[in-house]
Design a protein around this ligand. Structure first.
Ligand SMILES: O=P(O)(O)OC[C@H]1O[C@](O)(COP(=O)(O)O)[C@@H](O)[C@@H]1O
Ligand SMILES: [Mg+2]
Ligand SMILES: [Mg+2]
Length: 336
């Protein structure tokens, strides 16, 4: 009988792998792995809705704007509700921060656990109606000693996160997680309804050949970096080693960068000096994943994970990816 994809009896499902993975931090056993299992369950619900969105009238605008001043899509609102309900039901959370909610959700007695979860329930909203890859991004902190869950638990340094990850809803549904000891990727097997380990110990190439920028007109970034990248030629034949790819969904642009290498950037510009991406549920989780995979994540002048946020929706310029390319951007900022 041929070795079909599911005939491997040693399939590592995400729950089993997180519990058994000897690389995982001690934190990963017990409550955190149960919390991560709740997040993976949520991802399956959201994936199901994303896949059917066009068929069940879930595309288009919800008719509300969020705290960011952005028009919420129907899937933004639904994904947010799924995340809030599932994380509350897990009994492992004390504070929830969502891109779609003005204020944090503080979990009531009886349901309260010891983790703060920050999340972007649906990243890449501008791409939903075109069926382009979107995703869910999350970061997880332990609440501070003695805390019953308050705003300060959501304003810890990025380096205080105990786990981070994303689910990308694309040609396949990919879940990528770190608990502080490397990065692992899982692919949803729709037949099994399980995420299966498919990308063990993801490691970023030192150097890449793709740059993925929002063309912010920041003088530190757009002109000098593009000019530098365009100026590089392969000595053998004079061809250009770099090519530009930009999907416009952070989760998809970062996933490609994580697997192929290169650099992703969303700089500040004259209008928004800190760019568009929010530090708690976009910058920090992606920075932790990129660093855990051997890359660099910087604002251009400082390590993103060193930042201590002062408000839950503050923004941050993001440059992340392979060491070689990101160090070029750091040099530009240093010499600017
Ligand atoms: O459309 P722009 O300005 O290039 O911005 C794209 C960026 O905006 C985002 O869509 C913002 O996230 P949301 O879709 O969750 O608001 C990122 O995913 C993406 O990197
Ligand atoms: Mg987003
Ligand atoms: Mg979003």
């Amino acid at each position: 009988m041929s070795e079909g994809p599911n005939s491997n009896t040693n399939l590592q499902t995400v729950s089993r792998h997180i519990l058994e993975d000897q690389h995982n931090s001690p934190e990963a056993s017990g409550d955190l792995s149960l919390l991560l299992t709740s997040v993976t369950l949520t991802s399956k619900f959201i994936a199901n809705n994303v896949r059917k969105a066009r068929l069940i009238n879930l595309v288009g605008l919800a008719g509300e704007t969020n705290v960011q001043g952005e028009d919420q899509k129907k899937l933004d609102v639904l994904s947010n509700e799924i995340m809030i309900n599932s994380l509350r039901a897990s009994g492992k959370t004390a504070v929830l921060v969502s891109e779609e909610l003005d204020d944090p959700v503080f979990i009531e007695d009886g349901k309260r656990g010891k983790y703060c979860v920050t999340f972007d329930p649906l990243d890449g909203s501008s791409n939903i109606d075109a069926g382009v890859n979107v995703g869910t991004i999350f970061g997880i902190y332990k609440v501070r000693d003695g805390s019953k869950g308050d705003i300060e638990d959501a304003l810890q340094r990025g380096s205080d996160m105990v786990a981070a990850g994303y689910t990308m809803y694309g040609a396949s549904t990919n879940l990528v997680i770190t608990t502080g000891s490397g990065v692992n990727g899982y692919t949803l097997d729709p037949a099994l309804g399980e995420f299966i380990l498919t990308h063990e110990n993801i490691t970023l190439p030192e150097k890449g050949s793709i740059y993925s920028f929002n063309e912010g007109n920041s003088k530190f970034f757009h002109e000098p970096v593009n000019k530098y990248l365009d100026s590089i030629k392969n000595p053998a034949d004079g061809s250009k080693p770099y090519s530009a790819r930009y999907i416009g969904s952070m989760v998809a642009d970062v996933h490609r960068t994580l697997l192929y290498g290169g650099i992703f950037g969303y700089p500040g510009d004259k209008k928004t000096k800190d760019g568009k991406l929010r530090i708690l549920y976009e910058g920090f989780p992606m920075a932790m994943l990129i660093e855990q995979a051997g890359g660099i994540a910087t604002t251009g002048t400082q390590r993103i994970l060193d930042i201590k946020p002062t408000s839950i929706h503050e923004r941050v310029p993001v440059f992340l990816g392979s060491k070689h390319e990101v160090n070029q951007v750091i040099d530009f900022h240093r010499n600017a």
